[in-house]
Design a protein around this ligand. Structure first.
Ligand code: TRP
Length: 334
């Protein structure tokens, strides 16, 4: 028999969420929410956010509610998914410490996502140890809930792989079958409005789920298209053209998009036309999310209440798991 599904996912509260988060992971969260599961969790990963924001705890704190709002506005439903705050489940930290003994510095050092982030964040030789170790802590985020199904962006695959290795080592060393080897459910990677391979908060190339119509319009206007497409009559390139990449993902009228591509490649179609179309497509997509978000944001106490109730539930799961962990490790003295 297939084991029951236990789903867990999360976001770092370092800023509001953008379209890249939506197609990378929120969309699979919503899909998985409609499939049968034993348990579903949504974590606000504030401890992970602090690993490179130690001096900005207020930034992390204020974004806890923002990422919760983004998920609620998209339709992640607290009736079906347990929303919780990572730092308020201290058993996760305990599990992290125990897992650290099962992972080598070399293993984490090879992690391509961590390597990328180290370069991007410009740490040089001064990588905070907490940051370096966050993949181990992420394994604890997942395994405390014995989750086996993880909706995440593509960049998180190395984290899930490490989680599988940790689960395997733990089970082997402590002769147990406590931890499952979780599987990732990835969405698609969205390029940035500047044409960069990834839409990212830190690269400042995102369109946010809370952006106004005017902001969307402005960002689409500035989008990278084809620098050699100068006059309307010039033939233009569709590959690597951000506007077409987005139309491919968000415009449901695929036939119309195919025609536009043909016309653009031949020459005779201006950037203005495709940009106006994309602006409208994105506005239609974002407007209902933005409106629901604004409505929910009027009552921050209600959002905190959702997080509080969920955290209590998550904590019970964590305490149960940690009791078993201490048992199999024989660190249950009294
Ligand atoms: N690292 C994830 C991100 O940056 C956030 C995260 C933290 C997470 N803990 C998790 C995602 C556990 C899935 C499961 O997007």
């Amino acid at each position: 028999m297939k084991p029951a599904k236990r789903i867990l996912t999360g976001d770092r509260p370092t800023g509001k969420l953008h379209l890249g988060h939506y197609v990378g992971s929120i969309r699979s969260r919503l899909a998985l929410q409609e499939t049968p599961a034993e348990a579903r969790f949504y974590m606000v990963a504030d401890i992970q956010a602090l690993t490179d924001n130690a001096e900005n705890p207020e930034k992390v704190r204020s974004n806890v509610i923002e990422v919760a709002l983004d998920n609620l506005a998209c339709g992640v439903d607290p009736q079906k998914t347990t929303f919780f705050i990572q730092s308020q489940v201290p058993e996760i930290a305990e599990l992290t410490v125990l897992f650290m003994n099962l992972v080598t510095v070399a293993e984490v050092g090879r992690n391509p996502t961590v390597k990328n982030e180290i370069t991007q964040k410009g740490f040089g030789e001064s990588i905070p140890l907490g940051f370096f170790c966050y993949p181990v802590s992420q394994a604890a985020d997942i395994l405390f809930a014995r989750a086996n199904s993880i909706p995440v962006g593509e960049d998180q695959l190395p984290m899930i792989e490490l989680t599988r290795e940790i689960a395997r080592s733990f089970n082997r060393v402590y002769k147990t079958d406590l931890f499952p080897e979780p599987e990732a459910h990835t969405g698609i990677r969205l390029i940035g409005i500047d044409g960069n391979a990834k839409m990212s908060k830190s690269l400042n190339n995102g369109i946010y789920l809370s952006d106004s119509f005017d902001t969307i319009k402005e960002k689409v206007r500035a989008m990278y298209t084809d620098p050699t497409h100068i006059h309307v009559s010039d033939p233009g390139k569709v590959e690597g053209n951000v506007v077409f990449s987005y139309l491919d993902i968000f415009d449901t009228d695929t036939k119309a998009v195919a025609l536009l591509k043909e016309q653009y490649q031949k020459g005779g179609l201006g950037d203005m036309v495709i940009k106006e179309r994309l602006t409208q497509v994105l506005e239609d997509f974002i407007a209902p999310i933005r409106e629901k978000r604004e409505y929910l944001a009027k009552d921050p106490k209600a959002v905190m209440q959702i997080l509080k109730e969920g955290t209590e539930k998550a904590r019970i799961e964590a305490q149960e798991t940690l009791r078993k962990v201490r048992d199999v490790m024989h660190i249950n003295y009294f």
